[in-house]
Design a protein around this ligand. Structure first.
Ligand SMILES: Cc1ncc(C[n+]2csc(CCOP(=O)(O)OP(=O)(O)O)c2C)c(N)n1
Ligand code: SF4
Length: 499
């Protein structure tokens, strides 16, 4: 028998002979930083629908050339790390709050394409209120709702969309409507509202349905691009890991079990005109909040501020006027032409619980009203001093509402001013003006705002003439204390004496 020499040639892996028609979307990062040694793959389980849904969204963003405009709001759930994959603007929010955050983003940046991406636990359980109200207001956002009928991330608890009879760790006998209620049909629920423009349910069960899902995702983004209104795509999606199935069985389960329970349909596709009969009042903010007094009748002297941005944290007990002091400072800043923010935080008790607020005064737009490193801390009591002193930036200032510091306290490299605000207020005849004493001390010590502006704001706010007079005295007393006592160097040391 003749023998033949057979040499096997390596197949050519060049793209010369063929055209690449399908590759990873450019909207995905080239490498996924989260995986130290597996930068080419996501953290999703094999066969998970999130990967497919991500792909459809990325491809639609790319095809529609929206990458530079898109902001993706990722949820809590298995898709919490969406921001490791999508090379767009990303925000990750608290459980269920994606539609609320997306509302804020879209209203602040109407030219952006804002997407809320949510699971069924996130959207239909903890976030039911947010989605219903965003849809009802007709927010011009797109919501992609990945319904896998279970809580994936936390290990398979029952979701609002879990099917009747479906087992989960919290319904081990299978969901019983008599005990756990019926599955929620979010697309149908939202379609009962007036405002949404587009609502469709699709499924990642087979290639044909995946192509329909692709079209739905694209349509939602196109509608948003064209300024249409609220768009919502529910995507029935496999979760092989928690369902205990292999990827093929899991897709079959979507087709055979989920689709009969959650019919695939376009529930809404129409133009909606929302009447806009609420013309905003033609008044300035200062006019609106300053009562009857128009700022033009009381021009605020132009003031040169020595800071670009100043963060002030004010902390104490509820009832000490902590939050009011913050509001007064914010209003003063506004009247001096600064950008301002005021962010309160307080416990459930009206009196004696802890309360604090953050005030930003800035020449530029304020990025965040939350201050993790304040320039100035006003501590109205010892607990607040101990809790927040270490946050103050080096070289910052602490104004402590007592005559001396606690013996054992360790403070960062900051300027400390002690002022017995309550005692001073008591002597004036009213303990509750201690916060205005502190305000006087702050203005004198830091020169951040003008005392004249303080008087203007107090006059606009305090209607009772006796109280107004006390406030004037309190402001002056706080300033004098700094000038006559603290500036002399007597009260700023831990032992209460000058160095
Ligand atoms: C306020 C809050 N409550 C509960 C949790 C726990 N938690 C994390 S993910 C999740 C459910 C996620 O399920 P789903 O939205 O269906 O997303 P999936 O993981 O299935 O994609 C829960 C309850 C949390 N992180 N935060
Ligand atoms: S647990 Fe389910 S939803 Fe989560 S990544 Fe795995 S397959 Fe996807």
């Amino acid at each position: 028998m003749p023998t033949h020499d057979v040499t096997l040639e390596e197949p050519k892996m060049s793209t010369d002979n063929y055209e690449v028609v399908h590759s990873k979307s450019e909207v995905f990062y080239p490498e996924y930083e989260r995986k130290s040694d597996l930068k080419h793959q996501t953290h999703y389980c094999p066969g998970c629908g999130h990967g497919v849904a991500h792909k459809l969204i990325a491809e639609a963003i790319e095809d529609l050339k929206l990458q530079d405009q898109t902001i993706l709001v990722s949820p809590v759930g298995c898709s919490v790390f969406a921001y490791y994959y999508f090379d767009v603007g990303n925000v990750q929010v608290a459980h269920g709050r994606a539609p609320a955050a997306a509302t804020g983003l879209k209203r602040a940046c109407p030219d952006k394409i804002v997407i809320a991406y949510q699971g069924d636990g996130d959207l239909a359980a903890i976030g039911t209120a947010e989605i219903v109200h965003a849809a009802n207001r007709g927010e011009k956002i797109s919501v992609f709702f990945v319904n896998n009928a279970i809580y994936g991330m936390t290990g398979g608890q029952m979701a609002p969309t879990t099917l009747v009879g479906q087992r989960s760790t919290t319904s081990p006998w299978g969901r019983r409507p008599v005990n756990e209620g019926f599955p929620l049909h979010m697309a149908e629920m939202l379609a009962s509202l007036e405002a949404p423009v587009y609502i469709e349910r699709v499924a990642l069960s087979d290639n044909k349905n995946i192509m329909k899902a692709r079209r739905a995702v694209r349509k939602a983004l196109e509608l948003q691009r064209d300024g249409a209104g609220f768009t919502f795509v529910e995507i029935l999606s496999p979760c092989p890991t928690i369902w205990g199935k292999d990827p093929v069985e899991a897709r079959r389960w979507v087709a055979e079990k989920m689709i009969p329970n959650f019919p695939l349909e376009v529930f809404r596709d129409r133009k909606v005109e929302i009447p806009n009969n609420n013309v905003p009042p033609h008044k300035t903010v200062a006019e609106l909040i300053g009562g009857e007094e128009k700022p033009s009748s009381q021009p605020t002297p132009p003031r040169r501020h020595h800071f670009r941005e100043l963060g002030i944290k004010i902390a104490g007990f509820g009832g000490q006027g902590v939050l009011l002091l913050g509001q007064l400072l914010a209003e003063m800043g506004m009247r001096e032409g600064l950008e301002v923010s005021w962010l309160p935080s307080y416990g459930p008790e009206m009196r004696s619980g802890s309360a604090h607020c953050h005030v930003c005064l800035s020449k530029d737009r304020i990025g965040s009203p939350l201050l993790s490193r304040p320039d100035v801390l006003i501590a109205m009591n010892e607990i607040s001093l101990r809790k927040f002193a270490s946050q103050v930036v080096p070289g910052g200032t602490i104004i402590y509402g007592r005559d001396r510091l606690p013996e054992d306290i360790e403070l960062p490299q900051v300027q400390v001013v002690c002022i017995p605000a309550s005692e001073i207020a008591d002597k004036l005849g009213l303990a509750k003006v201690a916060n205005v004493v502190i305000m006087g001390a702050l203005l004198e010590e830091t020169e951040c705002l003008s005392p004249k502006t303080a008087i203007t704001v107090l006059e606009a706010k305090v209607k009772n003439p006796t109280l107004l007079e006390l406030d004037r005295k309190a402001l002056e007393a706080g300033r004098l204390y700094i000038d006559h006592t603290v500036a002399m160097g007597a009260i700023t040391q831990a032992d209460g004496f000058a160095q």
